[in-house]
Design a protein around this ligand. Sequence first.
Ligand SMILES: *Cc1c(COP(=O)(O)O)cnc(C)c1O
Length: 364
Amino acid sequence: MKIMPNRMDRGFYQYQKEFEDKALEVLRSGWYVLGKEVSSFEEEFAAYAGTKHCVGLASGLDALWIAFRLLHIGKGDEVLVQGNTYIASVMGVTMNGATPIFIEPDEHYGMDPEKIEKAITDKTKAILVTHLYGMASRMDEIVAICKKHNLKLVEDCAQSHGACFNGKMTGSFGDIGCFSFYPSKNLGAFGDAGAITTNDPEIDRACRTFRNYGSQKRYYNEVVGANSRLDELQAALLRVRLAHMDELTEEKCKIADKYTKGLNNSKIKLPKLAEGASCVWHQYVITCDERDRLIDYLNEKEIGTIIHYPVPPHLQECYKYLGHTEGDFPITERLAKTVLSIPMYNGMTEEEQNYVIDAINAFK
Ligand SMILES: *Cc1c(COP(=O)(O)O)cnc(C)c1O
């Protein structure tokens, strides 16, 4: 049996007829950018995320850099970012000229609240939390720190659609929540797509203006903006999937549950949620000291895996100018050497899961 880390085709076939009907409807409508599909999706997604507003954008990276732009965070400002996040979180900060200050993760792969306060300086303007792998970060402590130090809070929810902390949705805690709907995400489009969520009507308005060349009224430009619009086709297809989001998340939780109950190899550590956090299992990430040997072993059994992520942002070539070297963030660096995402996708069969579990348990 050959098993891939992700099978986006399965996610398509789950609701094939609905996707096809909807796509044809949009293609035949003659209206392709900023129309009723986008505004309906924005309303429906805001309701889902528990925020007053949602603004559709072209990608998750755009959501991140535009978020910091709208908060007027730039040159000379510092933003606290967790060390083990995906590179796009950091780019959202540096594209505005601001400086990322890396914070080591806790044992739940999230930003460690206990390490935040000693990194705060008089230049610190915001915290960017990533709910990595679909796990909510420890938001009670992080929100309290933001309040105490008067910092803006931005959430990178690109992997956490539907994940909660103490029953409250990720993307509804901060000033701005940033979402990606890249095809492999839990709520995936059929191309690039993203959005921000916010409770602030001014940010909502500013974002709608910014994404459309800085214009509210056609051919009148208030600010120098971007072209970052979610298109009608993607919005329409996202609406189809969003309507099934609860069952899709439940399915992933069942797969994760089966892994957690079935995996019992002493060489492997399983993911562990923080108290109060829920997880929507964008990835099921294990750690193993002999990770690279495990990858080869699983490859031999035709089980594909992915490392999220092999090189932490502070050691990436593009961030050489920040001046970090190996050893600066040992917990982050250790994770880069030991994490492994095992197959996890909607439409994964029980037979496939059992094959993965048995193979990992037999690793010596
Ligand atoms: C996917 C992802 C992004 C970027 O989203 P795109 O839509 O691919 O630009 C940002 N942050 C995290 C944590 C992601 O996983």
